[in-house]
Design a protein around this ligand. Structure first.
Ligand code: GDP
Ligand code: IMO
Ligand code: MG
Length: 426
């Protein structure tokens, strides 16, 4: 069996958690391959909303294993809090979870370094979630990091203290930054004991054995393509490879073992944090999208920046990821809009761009739009895409033709049930 991949095509928060949860019954294993507690994946069913940060979104389904891969970075305190939130639902979550011994640990001092670095950047800050993601991946590539497997070593405290000392010397370079390590270190030390109770595995072996045994596996991405460290809007990105290639390095799956790649995008577009966003709407229309879509971060609560769907950006993301099918999310958010716009290309310095260019940070990018008539009706109660209003079908068809990939799912609400299959058009 090949490993299917589900990932975001925009700047994150596309609705990955919801669709992973919807698709989980078709799979035996759900595997997170990168990112960490900067992610906030929302699932909604039976009137309850769940937000997951590090735990894969298959956790609520019986009989499914959830793997936290080697490419993920783990904050034990946040992980413990996530586990606590699962307790009231009375299922054996420990039996459904395995963690890679090679996943890196976010130390209390990584969070401090993140905060110090962002504060020092002032107005140029990235708008990080301040979860310590950047410094942890820096220590990984700098070959200083601590991994889950180290927790079981008798030398763990020695390694921990050595790294903390190194971090303190870096923190000394930020004289205006005050900190108190013990505030976060005490709960951290308690939380690693909880982490140690979970099953730590050689995850690359685990997943390749599962592939051989014919198990169905879905790799769950975090963030989105435009936040990828290599292909995103650098430097306003996260510190991992959020794209399909990240599945290979973040799980130990060979490229020849990748199957379907499901790309998720919103029927419009959002971004949280700093950085370029060509179709951003800094007006009352953007404000309306934010209100209708309840566009506030699942991890930080920050208002998300809103704008129209962007074809050059989506085409770029589809190319990088080798997307084989698309899910269009939050169509219902546009239910009350008379006009819906799609950016078809950009004008930069009088030149037309049909693709996402290198420099969108320091130049003026003018998005050129094509307008569509809104459907102006409630789509949240639809049970079949066949019954969707003509204007929504036209919108989907237009996007499919231009993106040259079938839109197999149209989502019309946060609940599991508000998910329409559109395999007919595929
Ligand atoms: P993720 O990070 O990609 O998993 O996405 P988030 O959970 O951060 O953000 C998506 C938000 O949209 C969550 O609040 C979801 O409950 C919600 N959502 C997902 N799909 C839909 C949809 O089709 N319609 C509406 N109205 N909300 C949705
Ligand atoms: P999910 O998985 C949206 C953004 C931050 C910031 C930049 C770097 O829920 O889609 P970091 O904390 O990684 O140093 O932040 O990336 N960011 C996200 N935006 N969704 C996410 O995850 C994000 N994770 C990070 O806002 O701009
Ligand atoms: Mg999110």
């Amino acid at each position: 069996m090949k490993v299917d991949v589900l990932l975001g095509l925009q700047w994150g928060d596309e609705g990955k958690g919801k669709i992973v949860d919807v698709l989980t019954p078709e799979y035996d294993i759900i595997a997170r391959f990168q990112g960490g507690p900067n992610a906030g994946h929302t699932l909604e069913f039976e009137g309850i909303k769940h937000v997951l940060h590090t735990i894969p979104s298959g956790i609520f389904r019986e009989g499914v294993m959830n793997l936290v891969g080697n490419g993920v970075v783990i904050d034990p305190v946040i992980f413990q809090a996530e586990l606590e939130k699962l307790k009231p639902f009375n299922f054996d979550y420990k039996a459904r979870l395995v963690i890679s011994k090679k996943a890196h640990l976010i130390l209390p001092t990584h969070r401090l370094l993140d905060a110090a670095s962002e504060a020092a950047k002032g107005k140029d800050k990235i708008g990080s979630t301040l979860k310590g993601i950047g410094p942890t991946y820096m220590d990984k590539t700098g070959r200083n990091g601590l991994r889950v497997g180290d927790l079981f070593s008798p030398k763990f405290m020695e390694k921990y203290n050595a790294l903390v000392e190194k971090h303190k010397t870096i923190l000394d370079h930020y004289p205006d930054f005050d900190y108190d390590i013990s505030e976060y270190e005490t709960p951290w030390m308690k939380a690693i004991e909880v982490l140690k109770e979970l099953k730590a595995v050689d995850s690359e072996q685990f997943i390749n054995d599962a592939i051989k045994a014919g198990k169905k596996i879905l790799a769950e991405g975090a963030q989105g393509t435009m936040l990828d460290i290599d292909f995103g809007t650098y430097p306003f990105v996260t510190s991992s490879n959020t794209v399909t290639a990240g599945t290979c390095t973040g799980l130990g799956v060979a490229p020849t073992k990748i199957g379907n790649v499901i790309g998720i995008f919103k029927a419009y577009c959002t971004r949280v944090g700093s950085g370029p966003f060509p179709t951003e709407l800094d007006d009352e229309v953007g404000e309306r999208i934010r209100k209708e879509g309840f566009e506030f971060g699942a991890t930080t609560g920050r208002p998300r920046r809103c704008g129209w769907v962007d074809l050059p950006q989506l085409k770029y993301a589809i190319m990088i990821n080798g997307v084989s099918e698309l899910s269009m999310m939050k169509a219902d958010v546009l239910d009350k809009f008379d006009t819906i716009r799609v950016c078809t290309h950009y004008m930069i310095d009088g030149e037309r761009y049909d693709y996402f260019p290198y420099d969108v940070n320091d130049v003026e990018v003018t998005p050129i739009y094509e307008d569509f008539k809104g459907w102006n009706c409630d789509t949240t109660k639809l049970s079949s895409f066949d019954d969707a209003p003509k204007e929504l079908k036209d919108y989907v068809l237009y996007l499919e033709r231009n993106l040259e990939v079938p839109i197999t799912v149209v989502s019309v609400g946060p609940d599991r049930k508000q998910t329409l299959n559109n395999k007919v058009l595929a």
